[in-house]
Design a protein. Structure first.
Length: 421
């Protein structure tokens, strides 16, 4: 018998620290495992006994790349527990903030963290030097989203204005519209980037899996709606929470999650597989031009899906601002009356559904908390993909093999910092 071990001590260009190890026995992959190299921060424990209004401020510190979704998911769960119904204006502005976060996260990951893998370029500075025009486009897209987040949220990282029941402060509509002045240029940039990415020859890879996302028959949902699976199951966020299983592997801070005892995939590629019909017109046209028939199970296409989602989110922001018309500065929030109860929040982070659960006493103090991040949910699916992918690459020279493995891992856009919260 011949046992081969493949080990990568550190995988760069992703949020957090992780390594990879695999064991192959006579050509048969026996193990393919991501080793999360961060300690637990025990956020859920920190929340116990806290007042409800502290919860979003604390969970928002889990991640510096996607703090908005942590604020929104916690807020949504608290509002359900207290039976609070926010205004339509609040819902629209929150949705715009989440769409903006998806744009600036996707533009960072797709272009700067994942794309160089497919050009065989390890050094991002060399990639940027070679593709100056495309780099400038990616930076303009990201800056557009960051500027609007700052205008609405008060600052980019850990926004200040989101709170239970609405917002502490609302932006002036004239300032929001001023940030939109370059919208057409940004939309052109997004289309050009997808065209650039579409020329890549992606690995011929496929492993059938379950795609899970939020869904609404009327729109490409990121903030509310039911949860659906690609096999046709539909459920509320409470039902989904009760059907998934969480477990810890020895010596790891991150949880693993399964649905119906099987791994599943979340994020841009899952959302497009499940909600293609709800894409906005230009995004749908762009996806059609890619020629990828759905369902598709090549998870390398996640970065293409991210590019198409940027286009969709830009279109959606313009639609929502038109629907909003103006911002009613008196309509900042509704009254909050704490009560005993429990609530669930489910919002589409850039990497997939973030799921929060909280239980409160009659004074609004936290009795129980559970935060299930997208990366924790799809880690098992990523490892299952690697089990299938490794036989195609394990005989390659070490440097080439490492590059191929890293490319698949980074295509998922994992956030280990969130997973080890």
């Amino acid at each position: 018998m011949s046992i081969k071990t493949i080990k990568i001590n550190h995988i760069a260009k992703m949020e957090g620290h992780t390594g990879f190890v695999a064991s192959i026995l006579d050509g048969d992959v026996k193990r393919a495992k991501l080793e999360t190299l961060e300690g637990a921060r025990l956020i859920e424990g920190i929340l116990l006994g806290r007042d409800y209004f502290e919860v979003p401020m604390i969970t928002g510190r889990i991640c510096g790349i996607c703090p908005i979704v942590h604020f929104l998911t916690a807020t949504q769960a608290i509002e359900q527990a207290f039976k609070v119904k926010v205004s339509e204006q609040t819902t629209i502005i929150r949705k715009i903030m989440e769409l903006l976060q998806i744009i600036h996260s996707h533009s960072l990951h797709m272009f700067f963290l994942s794309l160089p893998d497919f050009f065989g370029i390890e050094n991002d500075l060399k990639f940027i030097e070679k593709y100056k025009k495309e780099t400038a486009a990616a930076l303009r897209i990201r800056q557009f989203a960051i500027d609007l987040v700052e205008q609405i949220g008060g600052r980019v990282v850990h926004p200040l204005t989101i709170e239970v029941g609405g917002f502490k402060k609302l932006p002036a509509m004239i300032e929001v519209q001023r940030k939109m002045k370059n919208y057409n240029l940004i939309l052109e940039d997004a289309s050009a980037l997808v065209e650039f990415v579409s020329k890549i020859k992606f690995p011929d890879f496929s492993r059938k899996t379950e795609f899970i996302s939020l869904s609404d028959k009327n729109e490409y949902e990121v903030l509310a709606g039911d949860i659906i699976t690609s096999s046709g199951q539909k459920m509320t966020k409470e039902e989904f929470y009760k059907q998934i299983k969480e477990w810890h592997q020895p010596f790891e801070a991150v949880k693993r999650v399964s649905f119906n005892d099987k791994p599943y995939f979340l994020g841009a590629f899952a959302r497009i597989n499940n909600n293609y019909k709800q894409l906005n017109p230009q995004a749908k046209k762009t996806w059609n031009e890619l020629g990828i028939k759905l369902p598709s199970y090549n998870t390398f296409y996640n970065i293409l899906a991210q590019g198409v989602e940027i286009i969709h989110c830009l279109e959606e922001i313009k639609r929502l601002l038109k629907q909003l018309g103006k911002i009613d500065q008196k309509n900042t929030k509704v009254k909050i009356l704490p009560r005993a109860g429990e609530g669930w929040g489910a919002v589409e982070a850039p990497r997939g559904i973030l799921l929060d659960y909280y239980k409160f006493d009659k004074n609004g103090k936290v009795l129980d908390a559970n935060i299930i991040t997208p990366t924790a949910q799809f880690l098992a699916n990523l490892e299952a993909d690697l089990m299938v992918y490794l036989p195609n690459v394990y005989k390659m020279p070490v440097s080439q093999r490492r590059q191929k493995i890293r490319a698949l891992i980074r295509a998922y856009d994992p956030c280990i910092s969130c997973a080890t919260h």
